[in-house]
Design a protein around this ligand. Structure first.
Ligand SMILES: Nc1nc2c([nH]c(=O)n2[C@@H]2O[C@H](COP(=O)(O)OP(=O)(O)OP(=O)(O)O)[C@@H](O)[C@H]2O)c(=O)[nH]1
Length: 329
């Protein structure tokens, strides 16, 4: 039973991929959340696994055949619509066989991830769309006290690891020097700092062409709403379930959660472990990166624990000079 006294409806939801696009359908007007777009799926029946429920629903609703064993978990979202509380259990599906058609009269079509407009879907789907667009590795810079060295490290680390999103975390730099690094990245990026998330300097993320804003918990805790527009990423560093709840309330698109494992900078801190991480992401309503002692070879592990992937410094940052890791974010 849910806090409201109703029953939690467990829904198997499929993100079915084909040639870089995903399958969507329009919900019938009379249905719950009618008229909006959805990813195909439906209720998990008693005694059924989520994967088998999804395979059954995809066949019944869209005529495509999928192998339950080939599905991979994307995210689980619990959402209370007021009239109904749902747990959307979302899985990615590759290798679906057959041409889809709306067997219940619903239009079905393929859309590229950048065509998935959050407003066209039920509210509970927004984190799913973020999870589809976000990479599975979130790179965080090490520290530097010098603008030139920070830019040099950033350029060389980027070439080797090719991260899509980078949190520019340079806590030792005074604000003016930090702004210089950001504008340096914008210049070399031909007018925009591609993939760059400004750390803690809210006004820079609002004013400059960067990919978004990442806030430390101490900055995020005082906010009551999202500080950047919807076309920028907004992430928060969290360390507990309560912090994840607050991040979701202020409109964060993703969070980092850690430390999961002991880190080189804090070897004495035991970390929450993968079980602790899984328990917290289970309750979260936004994509969550595992941070602290994690590396890209643990992306699959992080995903199986309900995470978006891993975040961190040491696996990609090529420190020079004083650019060694001094503390975890
Ligand atoms: N299939 C699907 N359901 C979704 C999505 N997003 C979302 O909030 N839901 C909600 O999940 C619930 C279950 O969906 P459903 O109506 O497809 O399930 P069903 O066919 O087994 O049930 P029904 O017999 O009541 O129609 C609905 O309340 C729906 O609004 C989504 O992307 N896909």
């Amino acid at each position: 039973m849910t806090p409201g006294g109703g029953k939690l409806v467990h829904v198997a939801v499929g993100v079915v991929w084909r040639r870089g696009r995903v399958l969507v359908a329009r919900r019938p007007e009379h249905a719950h959340q009618g008229g909006l777009l959805e990813f195909p799926g439906g209720k998990v029946e008693a005694g059924e696994s989520v994967q088998h429920a999804l395979a059954r629903e995809l066949l019944e609703e869209t005529a495509v055949k999928v192998d339950p064993a080939s599905m991979t978990p994307l995210i689980r979202i619990r959402h209370d619509y007021g009239d109904k509380e749902v747990l959307l259990d979302v899985w990615q599906v590759h290798g679906a066989v057959g041409e889809p058609s709306g067997l219940e009269g619903q239009p079905v079509f393929w859309l590229a991830p950048e065509q998935l407009s959050p407003e066209a879907f039920p509210v509970a789907n927004r984190p799913i769309i973020s999870a589809l667009r976000l990479p599975d590795r979130l790179a965080i810079t090490g520290n530097h006290e010098n603008v030139h060295e920070a830019l040099t490290c950033l350029a060389s680390s980027r070439v080797t690891a090719q991260p899509e999103l980078i949190v520019l975390r340079l806590p030792s730099l005074p604000p003016a020097a930090y702004a210089e690094v950001v504008t340096g990245c914008i210049e070399t990026g031909g007018g925009q700092a591609r993939g760059l998330l400004v750390h803690d300097h809210i006004e820079l993320a609002q004013a400059l062409p960067v990919a978004g804003l990442h806030l430390s918990w101490r900055r995020a805790v005082v906010l009551v709403e999202r500080p950047v527009p919807a076309d920028r990423w907004f992430g928060v560093s969290c360390h507990s379930g309560e912090e994840l709840d607050h991040a979701a309330i202020i409109g964060a698109d993703y969070a980092t959660l850690g430390p999961v494992l002991p880190t080189p900078s804090h070897p004495q801190a035991r970390g929450m472990g993968w079980d602790g991480f899984a328990a917290m992401t289970e309750q979260a309503t936004l994509p969550v990166y595992a941070l602290g002692g994690t590396a890209p070879d643990q992306v699959a592990l992080a995903k199986s624990a309900g995470g978006q992937g891993i975040a961190g410094i040491s696996w990609w940052w090529q420190a020079i000079g004083n650019g060694f890791i001094q503390e975890t974010p």
